[in-house]
Design a protein around this ligand. Sequence first.
Ligand SMILES: [Zn+2]
Length: 311
Amino acid sequence: MRLILPLISALLLGCAPKAVPPETMPQVPDWSVDRDALPGGTLRALAVAYTGSAERLVVQGGGSERLSLPVWVYVFEHPTEGTVLIDAGFPRRTSVSTADYPGRQMAKLLSVTMEPGAAAVDRLPEAGLDPAEVRHIVLTHMHPDHVAGVEDFPAATLHVGPGEWEAAFRGGALGKPDTSPFEGRQGVQHVDFAGSGAYGPFEGHRDLFGDGSVVVMQAGGHTPGHMAVMLNLKGGSWLFTGDCAWVDRHWQEPAPKSALVRGLLEDDWRLNWANQWRLHVFGQAHPELVIVGGHEAATATKLKPWPQTME
Ligand SMILES: [Zn+2]
């Protein structure tokens, strides 16, 4: 019943109108990276869990084919800032007991599966990394499949977008979320985009370490303080869309999410849709940029398999 009422209200109220292309296309001002000035470091991509969903829920006009959508954690080894995670996935306790999902309603809705030992905290040693040495976790947003894993890294500084922390306690159409993974958390850095200026097509940004390696970009809509993350390495740039784009189709075409998902899961779907277009024009203007959808299965082949590194 707790799930049925929000679903009905989302169907009635949240049946978002058809998403149409914007009248004015977003612009991509000059964007270039001085790679000689970057500190270097390595990137790894780790799938810690999987969600399952019919294609018609993921994209507007999709069919009944069932898609497997990985829950990704990206691991950046910064030469002086130490180990940095971009999102944290689900925690160890979810892998131990599949009934113990922080954010149970959403997890049920999305049919989460997670194997024992699959959490980031248990996989990092395979890459020779000590989980206790994770110093920063950059959260694209605070839905449970991205934030809940922070409970396994109590010493890490969390970087969250403006208003995201408060929104995570408020919850949305699916009711009050389980805040136990981050309640009372110390060392939270709230990113402030005010006066920061544009980065690519995005209106606000912050260079987290001041060396150009990790740039968070203002990409709200999926949640109020949702951020996309650019990782600039010597060998190339990776743009992690977070859940602005679940799959690459959401930025490549860009295909809208289903009306039900927009109405049920998105804080401001029109803003998110505009950001899907920003990603689209960014990708068209800079084909050398690797844009990585938040739950894209093809990431497993587009980036090197865990625990291999990209530099
Ligand atoms: Zn997600």
